[in-house]
Design a protein around this ligand. Structure first.
Ligand code: ZN
Length: 457
């Protein structure tokens, strides 16, 4: 049993505690209150005081792609053209990187998260196993959503489903207390109707979390509403049939019955009021990835309207290929500033509700809100300590505001999951960071050489 105290404790589910403390007993929170009261109540417990800092629940990154961490900065030259972006990603991921490279990249991405105060990931994996193992090795919590391949053809739905289910069950066999598996039918334009139905039936019957990229871009919306544009041309190139349903991607998912599984929808940028009502009524969730959306120029998802309709929202970094960092404090700040800057906003989102979105919101979006996301007696001890001592944070008037508007990943002092420390004072405790960095540099150099070569051929 150990008492962690600081000038401030942010329980999220209750008001800020000044001179606060959290008592951690093995994997759980045994008590929360003021430092004075808890030291008196647990006189035998070891105690550590962090001074001018805040203890808060770990941040949740509910949409990432850890396995493509080696692509950080690598696709920036083609991101103006989504087709080229996708092709460069697919070619390099599939042909140039070895399984060992992908594994190291995922490990690096998960470590970046742990250093930034992320305690829980909702990670999407085409290969799956790399992200899954990276979370486990770093001691993080999370759900790995095993993703479908490109499978837009109804005729192959049975085989496509069997392939997906095999991968899912293989990971499921090595689930741990902390790391679970879900399913990700990638997006409405890459997954056939029949495959969507099969995955939904399976997810509902077996109580499996699912996550889908949905309503991300104008191109996707056009493809569904008018049957034209970028994806229509792509389908034509690939000789695939497409009868546009003449409805939005969210209506399409609702009509297919997919929303019955209450999926976590990544992006939700291009949604109408009717779409938001469908999302709210089905208790589907949103992974809000504002920086990735902005980097692609896709637009701004209506965060304020989601929150006002009581839609459960968490933040996602998306992959570092389109961000280029996993820093949920920065993501939250960017989300707030973007929402406040919209001409049709009705109100100013507050720092407190955004910090709640970054923690408890994300936990709820992953279906884990009963165990994590807030500091409460009996909940899992997933917490972080964020320093408030930097000159860039001074003077301090409001703690929520200081965390949201003046702090970032590099202010995190300690990251703990289920009572175990993963990161403290600049050092990872579960993995060899120097070795991971060395390998990442090697992988980067190899990718450059190979892309120069293929550029010449
Ligand atoms: Zn994504």
């Amino acid at each position: 049993m150990k008492i962690f105290s600081a000038d401030y404790v942010l329980p999220i589910s209750a008001d800020l505690i000044e001179n606060g403390a959290v008592v951690v007993d093995e994997t759980r929170i045994a008590a929360i209150g003021t430092r004075e009261e808890l030291i008196e109540k647990f006189p035998e417990a070891a105690a550590e005081h962090f001074g001018e800092a805040v203890i808060m629940p770990g941040l949740v990154n509910c949409h990432s792609h850890l396995e493509i961490t080696a692509m950080r900065g690598f696709l920036d030259d083609v991101e103006a053209d989504f087709y080229s972006w996708l092709m460069k990603l697919t070619t390099v991921r599939g042909e140039k990187l070895t399984a060992a490279d992908v594994k190291i990249a995922a490990l690096a991405g998960a470590l970046e998260g742990a250093r930034a105060g992320v305690t829980c990931f909702g990670d999407i994996g085409r290969f799956g196993v790399a992200g899954f193992e990276a979370l486990k090795t770093n001691g993080l919590r999370g759900i790995l959503f095993q993703e479908t391949e490109f499978s837009p053809d109804d005729k192959t739905a049975a085989e496509d489903f069997t392939k997906l289910k095999d991968k899912f069950l293989e990971l499921k066999a090595t689930e741990t207390e902390l790391v679970k598996v879900g399913l990700s039918p990638h997006a409405p334009y890459t997954v056939s109707r029949r495959l969507f139905e099969k995955i939904t039936d399976y997810a509902v019957a077996e109580n499996i979390e699912i996550s889908i990229h949905a309503a991300e871009s104008n191109q996707e919306r056009d493809f569904f509403e008018t049957g034209e544009g970028f994806f229509a041309e792509l389908y034509q190139k690939l000789n695939l049939e497409w009868n546009a349903p003449k409805k939005s991607p969210v209506e399409y998912l609702a009509d297919l019955g997919v929303l019955q599984a209450a999926p976590l929808l990544a992006h939700g940028v291009k949604v109408s009021d009717a779409d938001i009502n469908l999302i709210a009524a089905s208790r589907s969730k949103i992974a809000h990835c504002p920086k990735s959306n902005a980097k692609f120029g896709h637009g701004i998802a209506p965060l304020e309207r989601f929150l006002d309709k009581n839609v459960c929202v968490g933040f996602g970094s998306d992959s570092v290929a389109s961000n280029n960092v996993c820093d949920i404090l920065e993501e939250a700040r960017f989300a707030t500033l973007s929402a406040r800057n919209l001409p049709d906003k009705k109100r100013f989102l507050t720092a407190r509700e955004i910090i709640e979105t970054a923690t408890l919101g994300g936990a709820n979006a992953l279906g884990l809100g009963r165990e994590v996301g807030s500091l409460e007696t009996g909940k899992q001890a997933d917490l972080i300590v964020v320093s408030l001592e930097n000159i860039a944070q001074q003077p301090l008037h409001d703690v929520y505001s200081a965390i949201l508007f003046a702090s970032n990943a590099r202010d995190v002092l300690l990251t703990m999951v289920a009572g175990a420390e993963l990161y403290r004072d600049g050092a990872a405790t579960k993995v060899d960071e120097a070795e991971i960095k060395r390998r990442m540099k090697e992988i980067g150099a190899k990718m450059c050489r190979q892309s120069e070569k293929s550029g010449r051929s």
